[in-house]
Write a protein that binds this ligand. Sequence first.
Ligand SMILES: [Zn+2]
Length: 305
Amino acid sequence: MHINSKLYRVLIGLVIGLFSVKSHAVLNVFACEPEWKALIEILGKERVDVVSATNAFQDPHYIEARPSLIVKLRRADFLICTGADLEIGWLPLLLKKSGNQKVLATQPGHFMASDFVKRLEIPHRHDRSDGDVHAAGNPHVHLDPQRLLLVATELKNRLIQVEPEHERFYENNYRAFKTRWLSNMDRWKQQAEPLLGKEFIVYHRNWSYLFDWLSLKELADLEPKPGVPPNSRYLTALLSKTDSTQAKGILVSNYQNPKAAHWLSERTALPVITLPFTVGANDDVQTLEGLFDAIIDQLLINGEK
Ligand SMILES: [Zn+2]
């Protein structure tokens, strides 16, 4: 009896030990872009350990499938990316080389944000030969806070599917985020009211979802087609056929070469407005909230004139 109760205590201790190890183990997350790293950290807090494959100064369309990224993906329990072919040039190769079954497309550990929102600019004709990098529609969905909230909802559900034992934890974090985010959205909409209907020239269709949300207008694009770099012939034609007097500025993001924007700026007197495209673009943009604050501030500086 004495031995049995001792054995019983040892067994109980082992079971508790196992559970405590499990509850401390974190979910290793591989995020393709900083905005998804930021979002999953809001929902997963201390339960997630996240690496981002790219930073704010890299063009997520064109990343090299480096061995260091393969190693990081191999360790991952969960993959979160934009999808809609944004990462088509590098993610399929990383997935293949990593050999990680947990994050394959058929698994709950594979989460593509743009799968859960209505995408804009889906072409009628799928043809990459002429350089269109948006063959599956515009993938840059994170710049509409409404769509971002939809993604957050689906991401929370997915995290609960992967870790049902932590349902309450993910639900609570999500609810706190949602409350904060909805009030931010009201504030941003109010702040951006003077921008309503204002026109901008863009460099790549990075801002379509932001424009959709704030009712801004894209007057022209410095790229002849999404993903095709600006060239002097196209820019000259754009200059002659575009009445830029109504535009408020030319938008570029941190990771882009602003040369073409400056070329047009010198000939139109339109300001070049450098906007952060994602989290980490500068010291003020370390969160998703900070990202939208900074974008709206920058637009207002020029757009209210
Ligand atoms: Zn793009």
